[in-house]
Each structure stands twice: as structure tokens, then as C-alpha cells.
Design a protein around this ligand. Structure first.
Ligand code: GDP
Ligand code: ZN
Length: 323
């Protein structure tokens, strides 16, 4: 006799609902752009509580939605029924340092830096590079304020990144002067990217140069999609002129190495991974183990010593947080 299965409701299948891209988050509501029907305007959509809890909804998500009767005249016109599987998810330090998801399905994390005001901080760049790989997103390095790097000193310092296939581009985004962001513009067109980096390196200036007409204080603008100001916007996708989007996260642009176990840090260094199977120990951390191929490569000058020494520092800071 066949055993009777315990009764379970069938899983909700949302695959018959149309699809939309989430372009703005406003608490329990989202602005979505229907992707199956390009003639439809952006819609305000409500999140089901269950979906808001897990998996949550962030900008860049592709969702399934259905239309609903409006309860108020300006109420939401749709409900989000499901979130399509994500390629990647960017997370930042939210309330009390708790990880807060910000954006999904990114092509690039653009790490903006400058040669001066503020000076180049390779340790911070390495953190962002590792965090990008941890999130499963390709990092790009953008050296802004090229006018302050006449002797190419900063650009030379960034060559080790180009050697591990991280694109390095330069920009000059000074306001009111002829600016040049063409290299970055070409790279980002048709892609979805977020600009990160130390305050003052020129992230807002670059966004304004890439997107003519963008308000100077992009972090404070939430009227971009024409719905009036709303204080709870957590992130917005800003369309680039020739396709693609920039993720704008008001206020906080810091994101860190959440949930990276110290012993897993080594895996976020592609140049170490390429050599790791030549280390004597499969679990080699490349710190003190004998017959370490990474240390040998550093000693021989085949790997950048700066990256390696900063890896040791970063590992130390993960092992001893708060020191
Ligand atoms: P953010 O904090 O990273 O968003 O940086 P901002 O965009 O606010 O820029 C910080 C300062 O750097 C501003 O005074 C900008 O005018 C200036 N700045 C931006 N891009 C350049 C550049 O290419 N060259 C120079 N010299 N200054 C720049
Ligand atoms: Zn090793």
C-alpha cells in the first residue's frame, strides 16, 4: 500500500505572472518597470509580507507581479508575487551594522579612487575588491581626478589590479570644467553598476558626468521617477543615457566584508587561487605554511608584494576585529 504523503499546499508557482525590473525601493513598496510589455509605464507595487521577509526585494531584482484593484486612487497598482533567482546580491552595513541587502544582479562594482584629496588607499581598494568577489560581482577600478596624477604615479600603483584582469579606467569629473568620463561611460553602457569608494573621491561628480541633468545631490533625490519626494527610498536605479543603470544608494555608500570567514579570505584573491594547487597544503593560507607557492611567487617578484602584504593585514583585521 502506498504511504499517504502528509498534506502540504503546493508551492506557489508564479511563473505565469508577467515580469518586471525593480528600479526603486520604498519600504514595503517598490517601483517596477514591466519587462515583458515595454509599453507599460512604471508601476507602484506592494510586497507580500512573506516575500519582504524572505528573500526580500532590492533594486535590480527581476520579479513576477500581478495587477490589483487600487484601494486608494494613488495606491499601488500591483503586487509582487515572486522574486526570480539572483545572479548576485550587494549588501551593506545597515542599522547597528547588520547586513542590509541593497541591489541585485549587478555587472560591476566600480571602485572609485583618487590620486590626491583623498590620496590613493590601496588597503581600502583591496577590501572593496575582495567584497566584490565575495558578492560575486566583477570589480572595476576607476581612478578619478586624473588631473591630479600628472606623473602617472597613482595609475602605476594600480597596475597590479590590471594584471589580475580587473579593468582600470581613469576619469576626470570636475564640475564646471571640461570633464572626461568616456572610458567609464563605454564600459558601463548596457550594464548595471554601483559606484563605491572613500568619500570625496568624486562618486557624485562621476554620476553627474555620466548622466546629464542628474541633480548634484543624487543621494537626496528620489523624485527621479516623478512620484514626489519620499524619505524612505533605500536605493534607486538611475538609467544611463545609452542603456544600463547606476545604482544610487542614498547616504551610506560603504559596504564591507560581511560574513567572510578569515580562512576564506584567500579565496577572494584570484592571483592566489591561480597558484594555490601548487602549495603543499590544500588548506594553505599563504601566511606561514612551508612550501607555499604564493609566498614563493611574491619572493620571486611574480606576484605583487603590496597586495600580498595588505592581504596579511586584512586577514589579521578579520581575525581580530575591533583591534
Ligand atoms: P563623493 O564624496 O565621492 O561623491 O565626491 P564628490 O563627487 O562630492 O567630489 C568631491 C570633490 O572632488 C568635489 O569638490 C569635486 O568637485 C571634486 N572632484 C570631482 N572630480 C574631480 C576631478 O576629476 N578632478 C578634481 N581635481 N576634482 C574633482
Ligand atoms: Zn600557500
Amino acid at each position: 500500500m502506498a504511504r499517504r504523503r502528509p498534506h502540504r499546499p503546493p508551492p506557489r508557482d508564479a511563473s505565469h505572472h508577467p515580469r518586471a525590473l525593480v528600479i526603486e525601493m520604498l519600504g514595503l513598496e517598490a517601483m517596477i518597470v514591466p519587462t515583458d510589455d515595454p509599453d507599460l509605464p512604471p508601476l507602484r507595487a506592494l510586497l507580500r509580507k512573506k516575500i519582504a521577509r524572505n528573500p526580500g526585494v532590492v533594486v535590480g531584482d527581476l520579479v513576477r507581479y500581478r495587477f490589483v484593484e487600487r484601494e486608494e486612487e494613488d495606491g499601488p497598482a500591483a503586487v509582487i508575487e515572486a522574486v526570480e533567482p539572483r545572479l548576485n546580491l550587494l549588501t551593506r552595513a545597515g542599522y547597528q551594522g547588520r547586513p542590509q541587502p541593497v541591489a541585485a544582479n549587478l555587472d560591476f562594482i566600480v571602485i572609485v579612487c583618487s590620486p590626491a584629496d583623498p590620496p590613493l588607499k590601496p588597503g581600502l581598494i583591496d577590501r572593496y575588491v575582495a567584497a566584490a568577489f565575495h558578492a560575486g560581482v566583477q570589480p572595476v577600478i576607476c581612478l578619478n581626478k586624473r588631473d591630479l596624477d600628472q606623473d602617472n604615479e597613482a595609475l602605476d600603483e594600480l597596475q597590479p589590479y590590471a594584471h589580475i584582469d580587473i579593468p582600470v579606467v581613469t576619469t576626470q569629473a570636475t564640475e564646471g570644467q571640461p570633464h572626461d568620463v568616456a572610458q567609464l561611460f563605454d564600459l558601463l553602457t548596457g550594464k548595471r553598476a554601483v559606484l563605491v569608494g572613500h568619500s570625496g573621491v568624486g562618486k557624485s561628480s562621476i554620476a553627474c558626468a555620466l548622466i546629464p541633468g542628474l541633480d548634484r545631490n543624487i543621494g537626496e533625490v528620489s523624485d527621479y521617477h516623478g512620484r514626489g519626494r519620499h524619505t524612505t527610498t533605500t536605493a534607486t536605479l538611475l538609467p544611463l543615457p545609452d542603456g544600463g543603470e547606476l545604482v544610487d544608494t542614498p547616504g551610506i555608500r560603504a559596504f564591507g566584508l560581511f560574513g567572510v570567514e578569515p580562512l576564506a579570505l584567500r579565496l577572494l584573491y584570484p592571483e592566489f587561487n591561480a597558484l594555490a594547487d601548487q602549495c603543499r597544503f590544500r588548506t594553505c593560507t599563504h601566511v606561514h605554511e612551508p612550501a607555499c607557492a604564493v609566498r614563493t611567487a611574491v619572493d620571486n617578484g611574480d606576484l605583487d608584494e603590496g597586495r600580498y602584504l595588505r592581504y596579511l593585514d586584512l586577514l589579521d583585521s578579520l581575525e581580530h576585529p575591533g583591534e
